[in-house]
Design a protein around this ligand. Sequence first.
Ligand code: ZN
Ligand code: ZN
Length: 582
Amino acid sequence: MNSFHEEKAIISLIKSCSSKSHLLQLHSRLLRSSHFFTPPIFLSFLSRIALPPFRDLPYSAAVFSTFPAPSLSAYNTMIRAHSLTRGSGRGGLRLYQELHRSGFSSDALTATFALKCCAKAESFSLGAQIHTKIWKDGCSSDGLLLTTLMDFYSCLGKGGDAWKVFDEMPQRDVVAWNVLISCCTRNGRTRDALALFDRMKSSNESPPDDVTCLLALHACGSLNTLEFGEEIHRYIVENGFHSSKSVCNSLIAMYSRCGNVEKAFEVFDQMANRDVVSWTSMISGLATNGYGADAVAAFWKMQRENVLPDDQTFTGVLSGCSHAGLVDEGRMIFASMERDFGVTPNVHHYGCMVDLLGRAGFLDEAYGLVNSMKIKPDTAMWRTLLGACRIHRHVSLGEKVIDHLVEVKGLEAGDYILLSNIYLSIGNMEKVLEIRKMMNDRGIETTPAASSIELNRKLHEFLADDVSHPKINEIYRMLDEINQQLRIAGYVVEATSEFNTGESNSTPYRMSYHSEKLAIAFGVLSTPPGTTIRVAKDLRICVDCHNFAKILSTVYDRKVVVRDRSRFHHFRDGRCSCNDYW
Ligand code: ZN
Ligand code: ZN
């Protein structure tokens, strides 16, 4: 056999290795022969060991270092391997610099892989240098490279630079659009992400694909824009993407996050194959929408269907228990996590348990659990406990929790408000005013709370006592009328209910209009009778607004759905899905 054929045979042997141990055995055999350092054989072996599925970076780095004169392709393989592994990407950047020092001129692939390493290593300066080099080398029409460049800017929070690259691209494929959309959602420009989806739909250049739909559904979920989400759902069905499991999983998540759990269940129910993500999305959706018992039932059902829960499933089901006050179930599931499923509880699971026990009044047990944890409690956990102290008017524990928050330097404006609400609930006005004064003296400012409502795909936002909306006079007139109607039905404004973070500068003696009341009044004003009113609020809803929405739902015969910071409230016929337990 001549050497050319021999070389080909060895390369196909390398390619056919089905396990890493086979490949390593072959390596030692090749080292004993003279073949290994023949460049094509060496490169073939290097790619096999460095890249997926085997991906052994330390081993491939050792092999690479033994080769006296690695080619550009060998460098590219190694830089690519660094971009694909979990490490910092810095090793890839060192190789990139070494490559240039050794006098090689790199190509578009080198730049693509190096940019991925730059994104991982958060090295903006080197990435920008590569960008300049791309223009100099005349690679500015390479779609894959430019898309990677956009992704690099997006990862480093430079959304503007990513847009610029996109605008200057001679041709944009669907991948480039998708990168730009995910750049928007990543950098807090969620509305722009949806506008891009619209642009793609109306242009013939690159219509949205299934990945675009996933990204846009995620954006709808975080913006609570059900109408837009429904439109994407129609597009998905029209284009046959609904047979994809991940698309269905995202639909479930979107509908759940927009408060339409019935629709989420419909999608879930029609799926032919459900994986752990489908079940987890459904369980979490049921949990945040107030169907805790159903979430627990689904948790048992998934196991009967032989789908094993993962850590996120546990977060979902435990939050369902806490929202619905299912203490025994919660305790049981929490105890089974590690024992039966090998899932070690993380900070979120403990957070759910503290919430569950705290809300249900087992404050000492909750405090004991926090103190017994092997992991360090985060500020969110202390804040959860503080919230429970407010519900159960437990002043001394509340003060202790504040001390812990001070200790971890995590005290925020909202915590002062919570503490003052604890004092308020036991009628200790002296302390309430003391805290207010302290906040003033220390210049602690609260961020204004906002509520939003979507009408014909336009988002209307309100702050407390807002006067900025163009229809504000009509809205206040509507609110007066609603108040009159509700009073007849027995609604009493809780003048000393409580005050929320950032909900106006009202003193506890005067109830002003919280932002959700303005949004609800605008909803009553602007939609035909019987339409469901959906409001999103960035903080917890207060007792007074909760009563207001409950009575309104019966007097005006409307379903009202309020998504607050941590859950949904579905008001209907004078009741709320949370059973006043939130
Ligand atoms: Zn309120
Ligand atoms: Zn409620």
